[in-house]
Design a protein around this ligand. Structure first.
Ligand SMILES: [Zn+2]
Length: 313
């Protein structure tokens, strides 16, 4: 058994054995990325392509990236009800071609837009959330090499930063009875500790339990948060769909975020203290030099493992 398979849960091994009989030489290379210890190639460079002066240009760049990687997609337009935040009349969710089996839908998403800045222009949006977009597209590529029971819909949401508009539009368009769960990736740039939440979301316990199995099998430090930063998972929770949001940070920042959002008056944090991540995102400093292929690979492994675990369980 190749070393990269040694830390994979039993359920994943079964799924790998099933799929390995049928996959082509091209997909063997993708499947070998499961549990990879070597950093994924070119992930930082691909995120950098999304660093654009406008969200319209960012959307164009994303489409170019998907075409280059051979990932078919459609655009899902929706009206922009928050024109004061983002001047465009419409947003565009980018929906990758669905794949997998006939089972209930698993939605995997990350927001593609960058936040407009008070001082004008917009954030470079690399940690938040260019890195997450690249991670999710790589997970999609890897998942396609597997024989899955569930139908998988990977989506890059527009206008998360304008009030979760794209995810709300998609969530409302789905038939709730045909959707299993939603997995959201936001803040995926650097670090070794996987964060997930909010654990208070209805129906999310099995998602957090599945992630815990992945973390244990891969020996990743993982931290659950009851209060978790706002992101597109909330649109699915609002639609009655169990959802989990995931990110990655260094251990210190991860625990500082936990304390800040969940520690209350007893957090021990100095008054006014903000972890480094909160001094980076939504500022001009959310730049590509913050990204690390190691950190992006770690959350890629965690997300890929979670989807396979959910598919098998
Ligand atoms: Zn974000």
């Amino acid at each position: 058994m190749p070393p990269q398979f040694t830390a994979v849960p039993v359920a994943l091994l079964v799924s790998l054995q099933i799929s390995c009989a049928s996959i082509s030489p091209q997909t063997v290379a993708t499947a070998a990325a499961i549990g990879a210890t070597a950093p994924l190639a070119d992930v930082v460079a691909e995120a950098r392509l999304l660093d654009q002066p406008s969200n319209a240009a960012r959307l164009e760049a994303l489409q170019g990236l998907l075409k280059k990687r051979g990932l078919a997609f459609t655009l899902q337009p929706f009206a922009n009800s928050a024109r004061q935040r983002d001047g465009r009349a419409e947003g565009q969710n980018v929906l990758l071609e669905p794949f997998g089996g006939d089972g209930p839908l698993i939605v995997l998403g990350a927001h593609l837009d960058a936040v407009p800045l008070k001082e004008g222009g917009q954030s470079h949006g690399m940690v938040d959330n260019g890195a997450g977009v690249v991670v999710v597209t790589r997970v999609a590529e890897a998942l396609r090499a597997h024989r899955l029971r569930h139908r998988i819909q990977v989506v890059l949401f527009d206008m998360e930063e304008s009030g979760l508009l794209g995810s709300a539009f998609l969530a409302k368009s789905l038939d709730r009875t045909k959707v299993s769960v939603m997995v959201n990736v936001d803040i995926a740039g650097y670090g070794d500790t996987i964060l997930s939440g909010p654990t208070t979301a209805a129906g999310s316990a099995p998602l957090h339990q599945a992630l815990a199995r992945v973390c244990a099998a891969r020996d990743y430090p993982c931290l659950r948060l009851a209060n978790f930063p706002l992101s597109d998972d909330r649109s699915f929770q609002a639609a009655g769909i169990p959802a989990i949001s995931m990110g990655v940070l260094p251990a210190l920042e991860a625990h500082q975020v936990w304390l800040l959002l969940n520690g209350g008056k007893e957090s021990g944090l100095a008054p006014g203290f903000a972890p480094a991540i909160l001094r980076t995102i939504h500022t001009p400093d959310d730049t590509a030099d913050k990204l690390s292929a190691e950190g992006m690979t770690r959350i890629y492994n965690a997300v890929l493992g979670l989807i396979l675990e959910l598919d098998a369980s």
